[in-house]
Write a protein that binds this ligand. Structure first.
Ligand code: B12
Length: 249
C-alpha cells in the first residue's frame, strides 16, 4: 500500500481549498441574480463564497465567476488514470518507423458528423503544426490525410477500409446532449459493419475528451485539450509497433 497523499485546491495558500467557478443563470443581472449565484455555490458545498464577476451573457442570461472554499480533499496516491505518454522526438520517430515498420504509416483524420470545428484536427495534422510542434503531415514516415470537418461517418469508414489505413483520427468538439459520444459510437459501428474495426487504430480527440472516455466508447486511445501532434505521433508509432509484436523502447 502506498502512503496516502491528500491534496486540496490551492488558491492563495497551500491547502486553502479555494476554487473558482463560472456558470450562467437564466435571469437578468442584478442583486437578486448575484445572491442566486452565491446560493448555487453554497449549495455545492462551498464556504466563504464571493461573487467576483457578474456580466450579461444574453437577454435574460447572466454569466458569473464565483470564488469559494471547498472542504474536499482527494488521495492522489489512490488514483488510477490511463495515460498516453510521449517519449521520442520528430527525427527519432521517423527513423524508428523507417527501420522497424519499413513503410509509411497511413493515417486518416476528420471532424465527423455535423461537427464543423476543424481547428482541432488541423492542429494535430497540418504541416504547419501547433504550439511549436510539427503536425502529422510533416512526418516523412506518415502518409497523413486530413479530410476536414463534417465528414460523414459512413464515408470515413469506407475510406479507412479502401485505403487500408493504419490509424483513423476522429475529432469531436460539439458535446451538447452528448452528441459527441453518439457520433463517435456510430463511426465505430460503421467500421464494424464493413469488417474494418480490427485493422485500424481508432483515436478520438476533442476539448471534452480524455483517454478513459475514449476507451469506454470503444476507441483505442483518446486525447483532450492541449494535445500536441507529437503526443499522437508517439502513441501511433508505439501502437503500430506493438501490433507488430515490437516495442518503442
Ligand atoms: C472557432 C469556433 C467555431 C467556428 C469553427 C470554425 C472552424 N473552422 O473550426 C464556428 C464559428 C464555425 C463555430 C460554430 C459553432 N460552434 Co463553435 N466554437 C469555436 C471556438 C471559439 C474555438 C474552437 C477551436 O477552434 N479551438 C481551438 C482548437 C485547437 O482546440 P480543440 O478543438 O480543443 O483541439 C485541441 C484538442 O481538443 C485536441 N483535439 C481536438 N480534436 C482532436 C482529434 C484527435 C484525433 C486528437 C488526437 C486530438 C484532438 O487537439 C487540439 C490541439 O490541442 C469554441 C470555444 C472555445 N474557445 O473553445 C466554440 C465552441 C466549440 N462552439 C460551440 C458551438 C455551440 C458552436 C455552434 C453549435 C454554434 C451555433 N449555435 O451555431 C456551431 C456549430 C456548428 C457545427 N455544425 O459544428 C460550443 C460547443 C459547446 C458544446 N459543449 O457543445 C463552444 C465550446 C463555444 C461555447 N462555449 O458555447 N464554432
Amino acid at each position: 500500500m502506498s502512503e496516502p497523499l491528500l491534496i486540496r485546491p490551492y488558491g492563495d495558500r497551500r491547502d486553502d481549498g479555494v476554487v473558482q467557478l463560472s456558470f450562467v443563470l437564466p435571469v437578468p443581472a442584478g442583486e437578486r441574480a448575484r445572491e442566486a449565484a452565491a446560493e448555487v455555490a453554497r449549495r455545492m458545498g462551498l464556504g466563504q463564497v464571493h461573487v467576483a464577476a457578474m456580466e450579461r451573457a444574453a437577454d435574460e442570461y447572466t454569466f458569473f465567476v464565483v470564488y469559494g472554499r471547498t472542504p474536499v480533499a482527494v488521495d492522489y496516491a489512490l488514483l488510477d488514470a490511463p495515460e498516453v505518454v510521449t517519449r521520442k522526438g520528430f527525427d527519432e520517430l521517423n527513423e524508428i518507423v523507417a527501420r522497424e515498420v519499413g513503410r509509411r504509416i497511413v493515417v486518416l483524420g476528420a471532424c465527423t458528423g455535423s461537427d464543423a470545428h476543424a481547428v482541432g484536427i488541423d492542429a494535430i495534422m497540418n504541416m504547419k503544426g501547433y504550439a511549436g510542434d510539427y503536425g502529422l503531415e510533416r512526418y516523412p514516415m506518415f502518409d497523413a490525410r486530413n479530410l476536414g470537418a463534417q465528414v460523414d461517418n459512413a464515408t470515413l469508414a469506407r475510406l479507412v477500409k479502401e485505403r487500408r489505413a493504419d490509424a483513423v483520427l476522429v475529432s469531436q468538439v460539439v458535446t451538447q446532449r452528448d452528441v459527441h459520444k453518439d457520433n463517435a459510437r456510430q463511426f465505430l459501428d460503421e467500421l464494424g459493419r464493413l469488417g474494418a474495426r480490427a485493422q485500424v487504430i481508432a483515436i478520438l480527440g476533442g476539448p471534452r475528451l480524455d483517454h478513459r472516455t475514449a476507451l469506454e466508447l470503444g476507441y483505442d486511445a483518446g486525447f483532450g485539450p492541449g494535445t500536441k501532434p507529437s503526443d499522437v505521433a508517439n502513441y501511433l508509432v508505439g501502437e503500430v509497433l506493438r501490433r507488430m509484436g515490437k516495442s518503442l523502447h
